[in-house]
Ligand binder design. Sequence first.
Ligand code: GLA
Length: 358
Amino acid sequence: MKLVEGVYGVVNGRHVKSYAVETSSGMKFTCIEYGCIITEILIPDSNGLKENVVLGFDTLAEYIDHSPYFGCVIGRNAGRIGGAAFEIDGVTYHLANNDGENNLHSGANGFHNVIWDSAVVVKDTEVSITFSYMSPDGEAGFPGNLQVEVTYTINENNELLIQYQAQSDQNTIVNLTNHSYFNLSGNLKRTILDHELTLHSDGFLELDETLIPTGEIISVEGTPFEFRKSKQIGQGIEAGHPQITLVGGGYDHPFLLSPVQNQSQMTLFDLESGRKLEIETEEPAVVFYSGNMLTDDFNIRGTQSQKHLGLCLETQKPPNMIDDLRFPSIILEKNQQYTTQTVYSFGWDEGTGPMSHQ
Ligand code: GLA
C-alpha cells in the first residue's frame, strides 16, 4: 500500500489536504478534505490499462462553482425533503428550498461544501482516512450539534469501505450517503448506457412530479425497474415508463434492497473494459440516479459533460419518510449513535480484453 499526502487547493486561507492511496494490484484512490470528495479512482481494465472510473475535477474552484455533487458526502440529509420543512417533537424546522419548493441534499450549507478535518492510519494491507466535522446546532436549518465522522478504508483487495458515524445532542435528521458518479468505461470514454446493472430490489418508491416519494411502493416485476437479473441500463431507459419520463429520461428513484445470499446487492459491469464494481451496504435502500440532469455546459477533465455520463448508487434510508413506520426512520435521537457502512469492491477481467487476443 502506498499513501501520498498533498495539498489540493486553498479555501479562505485554509489548505485542503488530499490523500492518494495505491494498492499493489493497481487501484489508486484519491480524496480531499473538501466535502470528503473522492476525486479519482483509477482501476485497470482487462488489458491492465489504469483509468479513472469516477467523475471529478482537478481544481477546487470547479467543485465550488458547478459540481453536481461529484464524489462528495451528502449530509445531514441525502435526497429531498418535501416543502423544505420537517417537524420533530412539535417544532417545525425550515431548510433552504433549493429544488423548487423542496430541499435537495441539505442545501448550499450541506456537508459537501464543508472542509473536514482528517487523520490517516496506515497498515500493511489497508489505509484509512477519517474525516471529522462538528456541525453546529441550526446549521443548514437542522437542530442539534452533530459530531460526524466518515472513514474511507482502501485495502489490498481493491475494496473501498465507507463508514459513517454521527451523534447529536438533540433529536435531528441524519441520512448520509456518498454521491460518487461511476463510469467504468475509463476516463469517460462512453456514457453509462451500456453498463450492465444487477440490483437486488423487488420494489421502488414512486415519485410525484417534484420527485418526492408518494409513499407508494411499485413492484419492479415486468417494468424497466427490474434489475434483479443483470440488464443494460440504456435498455431499461429505452423501454420507457411514466416514472422514467418524470425524472428526465432515466432513473432517480429509491430502490428498496432485498436480502441476498452469496452475491452482492448491486453489481455494475462494463463488458468492453472488463471492469466491475460490486456494492454491499447496511442501508435499506439505494437511490439509483442515472445522471439524467448532467448538463453539457461544462468540462470534466477535458471531456464535455453530457446526460448519462455517470451514475450514482446512493446507499441510504428512503428519503422524506419521516413518519412512515414501514421504513427505518431518518431521525437520529439525542445521544444515540448513527453508524452505517457501504463497501465498494472493484475488479477487472484479467487478460480477456479484445487487445489481449491480438
Ligand atoms: C440526486 C438527486 C437527483 C440529482 C442529483 C444531483 O441523485 O436525486 O435528482 O439532484 O442528486 O444532481
